[in-house]
Write a protein that binds this ligand. Structure first.
Ligand code: TRP
Length: 337
């Protein structure tokens, strides 16, 4: 069992609203695969958080719980070393959320930059679901319930961790306790993978993603249509490497760094066609994705076995979160029983 108390604790998670893509891999999955050797890692399928902006699509969330679990297993998250759990099956989380909601102001919530951006992108106007407005508080419950010291996530999550730290400090000060632990964010070296259209972020809603589960043909088609340097019209023209997603992906996924450096230099000099670089990128991506696809297909043969792994993790997590809840209620002097 991974209960060695000297290990640092990680809590991280995803909203299950679709399959995971290369951006998820670079932004956090790669770190999780490494960190499971050295940390006590909890990985949350944040289905309640998914409902805050997908209340109309519970079926999609339910299906995505399985799909995302398959993605986790396929990239090498090992249920023996990491605990995968389903948020909505842990009753301590909404209970903690209710207590924390009293420790943060409405004004503070309104100024969370990531939430503001999402409100804009989703076009909510004045009709923001209340649950959506407060999801950072529920995320603070996720993190603190497991006493996480480290949260490895993309840089869009920085405001969530900041709000969590504020809540932890307020709680510990107000109730004169050290029951809650301040988390630290761990961002990845490649904070954001651009989309295949060259837009700043690969995302499902922008329709510019390559999924971990895409077939070889789908990947080939997507790479072929990738945005490059729009001013690189003829092969002999010098091309730009910065802001050219083909090269960003090569940096992230090609293992032969010397070859990538050579391609970059050649491209910048002129004389290297987009199709040649894309062909090399495709090879690199297929080499990266092939084993992932294979493992995914193997696990997908027995979905019940996958769900059983997740349910088992959830049971472990439920106990941990419940213990924190008892401490929290104790600190508040609200343990009636
Ligand atoms: N907000 C995260 C995202 O959109 C998902 C998430 C939910 C999460 N709870 C979390 C991430 C706790 C880290 C820790 O990707």
């Amino acid at each position: 069992m991974l209960s060695m108390s000297h290990q640092k604790i990680i809590l991280t998670g995803d909203r299950p609203t679709g399959k995971l893509h290369l951006g998820h891999y670079v932004g956090s999955l790669a770190a999780r695969v490494k960190l499971q050797d050295t940390h006590r890692q909890f990985i949350m399928l944040a289905d309640m958080q998914a409902l805050t902006d997908h209340a109309h699509e519970p079926e999609k969330i339910r299906q995505s719980v399985l799909e995302v679990s398959l993605d986790y297993l396929a990239v090498g998250i090992d249920p023996k070393r990491s605990t995968i759990l389903i948020q909505s099956l842990i009753p301590a989380l909404p209970e903690l959320t209710m207590y924390y909601l009293n420790l943060i102001t409405w004004n503070r919530l309104k100024h969370n930059p990531t939430v503001k951006l999402e409100i804009q992108q989703k076009g909510y106007g004045e009709e923001i679901p209340a649950g959506f407005m407060v999801y950072p508080v529920s995320q603070a419950a996720d993190i603190t319930a497991f006493k996480a010291n480290v949260v490895p996530v993309g840089d869009d999550q920085i405001p969530m961790i900041e709000q969590c730290v504020e809540i932890v400090r307020k709680f510990n000060r107000l109730y004169k306790t050290d029951a809650l632990v301040e988390p630290e964010i761990l961002t990845s070296p490649i904070a954001r993978l651009p989309g295949i259209d060259g837009k700043a972020k690969m995302s499902k809603s922008l329709g510019n993603a390559i999924y971990l589960s895409d077939s070889a043909d789908e990947v080939a088609k997507k790479v072929k249509g990738m945005y490059t340097d729009p001013t690189h019209l003829r092969v002999e023209d010098p091309g730009k490497v910065e802001g050219n997603p083909v090269f960003t992906y090569l940096d992230a996924f090609a293992t032969d760094k010397a070859k990538v450096a050579e391609l970059k230099a050649h491209y910048q000099r002129g004389g290297l066609g987009d199709s040649v670089v894309k062909k090399y990128l495709l090879e690199a991506l297929q080499a990266f994705l092939d084993p992932i696809r294979q493992r995914r297909a193997e696990f997908a043969r027995d979905p019940q076995a996958v769900m059983d792994l997740v349910f088992k993790g959830t049971e472990v997590a439920k106990q941990v979160a419940h213990n924190t809840l008892l401490e929290v209620r104790g600190a508040m002097g609200m343990n009636y029983l």
